[in-house]
Write a protein that binds this ligand. Structure first.
Ligand SMILES: Cc1cc2nc3c(=O)[nH]c(=O)nc-3n(C[C@H](O)[C@H](O)[C@H](O)COP(=O)(O)OP(=O)(O)OC[C@H]3O[C@@H](n4cnc5c(N)ncnc54)[C@H](O)[C@@H]3O)c2cc1C
Length: 293
């Protein structure tokens, strides 16, 4: 790992960018990897501490999943409650290749549309994995109690979204993010009750502690007392969301400022595709009565 000064002075070609995508054909990379990855003995998992910073859809899901697997998780968020992470603002819905509408959808089509929608810049192997597990994600969310819209007969409803030729979007009125977050929060709470996840609210990450090139801890400001606190772990997961507040026009929460990503960058992490930011219609000022949003 290089320190901040090295990064500033180095030229791009010197960077060794290795996104650690597994070998093999795109449709098999992650399946093969998962089939051969080293597993941790169940008896040893509780001896491994994992810090998860963030409680949005990414952080809450990661923390509760790791907790359920038996790891000892420390979970942090800036807000007074994990429920207030900015994921709560998402509206439209979540895609899955269930093909309930029988309109020709498939894992491959969802993969292709997502890569295309990402301007062909996404990591294809990861997008394929996303498409592959998309159906399971919907099943899990339903099991967690997310009240997706349903047809009159009781089956889950779908709508077409984002210019897709098929209807594959699962939604909960205009508040899909909020409902998904409540589901993730319920799952997180279950692990907090079981003691596998410790939840720390009103904590802002100020720094990452590196030991031998690996992230092994974090420095937090307790936003209630103002005191600095330090936490150590075997691994650190940053699930700290986007940085929409960097733009003049934004409806993102004030905490969406990229502060945690900058701390990681200072410690040598590489940031990719920073220019690829979604401009959401809700941030466009009203300029006439013909404007729909
Ligand atoms: C208006 C709107 C509509 C959207 N609609 C859709 C949609 O229809 N479909 C879709 O798929 N996506 C949609 N999105 C995008 C989607 O909501 C986000 O990509 C997703 O929710 C991000 O989740 P996250 O967990 O990564 O981040 P967040 O939910 O932002 O969570 C970040 C977490 O990190 C914490 N954090 C940040 N910095 C620090 C720090 N320094 N120290 C400690 N904690 C920190 C915060 O407290 C928070 O808990 C929409 C987004 C918006 C804003």
């Amino acid at each position: 790992m290089k320190d901040y000064a090295d990064i500033e002075s180095s030229k791009l070609p010197e960077f060794q960018i290795d996104s650690k995508i597994p070998e093999g054909p795109v449709a098999e990379k992650w399946t093969n990897y998962k089939a051969h990855q080293k597993l941790v003995n169940p008896a040893n998992k509780r001896h491994l501490d994992i810090i998860v910073v963030g409680t949005g859809l990414a952080g809450a899901s990661a923390a509760s999943t790791l907790g359920e697997l038996g790891f000892n998780v420390l979970n942090f968020c800036i807000q007074d409650s994990p429920r207030r992470a900015h994921s709560i603002a998402a509206q439209g819905g979540i895609n899955a290749a269930k093909d309930y509408q029988n309109d020709g959808d498939s894992v491959y089509r969802l993969f292709y549309d997502t890569v295309k929608g990402g301007d062909f810049r996404s990591r294809e192997a990861n997008v394929y994995r996303l498409a592959e597990v998309s159906n399971n994600i919907i099943d899990q969310c339903v099991a967690q109690g997310v009240p997706f819209a349903r047809e009159y007969g009781g089956l889950l409803a779908n709508r077409s979204f984002g210019g897709a030729q098929v209807s594959r979007t699962f939604y909960a009125k205009g508040q899909t993010g909020q409902q998904l977050l409540l589901g993730a929060y319920a799952s997180l709470n279950r692990q907090i009750k079981k003691g596998t996840v410790k939840s720390y609210n009103r904590r802002e990450m100020l720094d990452i502690v590196m030991i031998d090139g690996r992230a092994r801890g974090v420095i937090m400001r307790n936003l209630i007392t103002g005191e600095l606190e330090r936490y150590a772990a075997h691994a650190v997961v940053l699930a700290t969301g986007g940085y929409g507040r960097a733009f003049f026009l934004s409806t993102n929460a004030m905490g969406c400022n990229g502060s945690a990503a900058v701390q990681a960058f200072k410690k040598g992490a590489y940031l990719a595709n920073l220019a690829f930011t979604q401009i959401h219609p809700t941030c466009i000022p009203v300029h006439g009565e013909d404007q729909s949003k």
